[in-house]
Design a binder for this molecule. Structure first.
Ligand SMILES: Nc1nc2c(ncn2[C@@H]2O[C@H](COP(=O)(O)OP(=O)(O)O)[C@@H](O)[C@H]2O)c(=O)[nH]1
Ligand SMILES: [Mg+2]
Length: 288
């Protein structure tokens, strides 16, 4: 049987991967989902737990960094219809290992198993989160480190977040799809927790947001040619559970009515469909 196409998830710790995956799982298992999960993931607990947290009105907490890395590796089998034919793919999640991605950037070495996953994938989801306390600013590095220590949060990487993002992108440019059947791999950049971006910024769209917050990375995005890039703002439930009014409203409703993706400036949220970035990556395969 032909190997199935895969998409790989990439991002530093606290970049929103687990919560997205939990919410995506909910979307893939929904009745009449056009992009659907075809079987239980091998590490089903991990995905279930993430969704269960959301359903209870809490974000899934950051993954315990002490968890064994292998345990976290998980994949979701997905299927959808294109031109009357059922297509299959899988979403690979080398999660928890966000820490390891950060190490890889620092040491310039990707663990062999990931390298293989990246080479065999037709596309990637690259995560960066709005207002992550683990973010390392590019400019005022010394002050930032002091502040991080005072705040009780330890910087896990000494490399500024924007530089780290550029490095992730460089890995992807070098290796993504090299051993896969795809002409030009697609990389969806997911700006997670889009719901906490203030209204003015939100109006300008996710690409402009990256331009403000991570100018170095935003500049790099423009001159990438080995992969195709699109930037998405993503909110897994369409709000922040720290907002009690929102939380009450959420708990009163159904999860499939919450959560959205935004694309261009002024585009506003699409109707609740968190699968949009995954679809966009998969569609890259159809274009030859
Ligand atoms: N407001 C808001 N916060 C989010 C969203 N997604 C993630 N977060 C926050 O980001 C934190 C880290 O997300 P997580 O999925 O654990 O990141 P990971 O370490 O990359 O797996 C969560 O605990 C939430 O506080 C979102 O859509 N909206
Ligand atoms: Mg996680």
């Amino acid at each position: 049987m032909k190997a199935r196409d895969s998409i790989v998830m990439v991002g530093a710790p606290d970049s929103g991967k687990t919560n997205y995956l939990g919410r995506l799982w909910g979307a893939l298992k929904a009745e009449n989902a056009s992009l659907r999960a075809t079987q239980q993931p091998d590490d089903v607990r991990y995905v279930f737990d993430a969704l269960t947290h959301l359903l209870q009105g809490r974000f899934a907490p950051r993954t315990d960094t002490n968890v064994d890395v292998d345990e976290s590796h998980c994949s979701i089998q997905i299927a959808w219809e294109r031109e009357g034919e059922t297509q299959h793919a899988e979403l690979l999640v080398p999660d928890v290992s966000g820490e390891l991605w950060a190490d890889a950037v620092q040491t310039n070495e990707l663990p062999e198993t990931w390298l293989t996953s990246v080479r065999q994938s037709i596309g990637a989801l690259l995560f960066v989160r709005v207002d992550s306390p683990l973010r390392i600013p590019s400019l005022d590095w010394v002050a930032a480190r002091k502040r991080l220590v005072v705040g009780g949060e330890e910087a896990e990487s000494q490399i500024p977040t924007a530089v780290q993002l550029c490095e992730f992108l460089r890995f992807l440019e070098l290796f993504l799809g090299k051993d896969a059947d795809v002409r030009k791999p697609r990389v969806a950049v997911l700006v997670a927790a889009w719901d906490i971006v203030d209204e003015g910024r939100a109006q300008q769209g996710p690409r402009a947001y990256l331009g403000h917050e991570f100018p170095l990375f935003a500049d790099r995005l423009v001159d990438v040619s080995a992969v195709e890039i699109e930037v998405f703002g993503v909110s897994v439930v369409g709000g922040d559970f720290r907002d009690e009014a929102f939380k009450a409203q959420f708990l009163d409703g159904r999860v499939d009515k919450f959560g959205y993706v935004v694309t261009g400036p002024g585009a506003g949220p699409h109707p609740p469909d968190v699968t949009i970035p995954v679809r966009w990556v998969l569609d890259g395969k159809a274009r030859r």
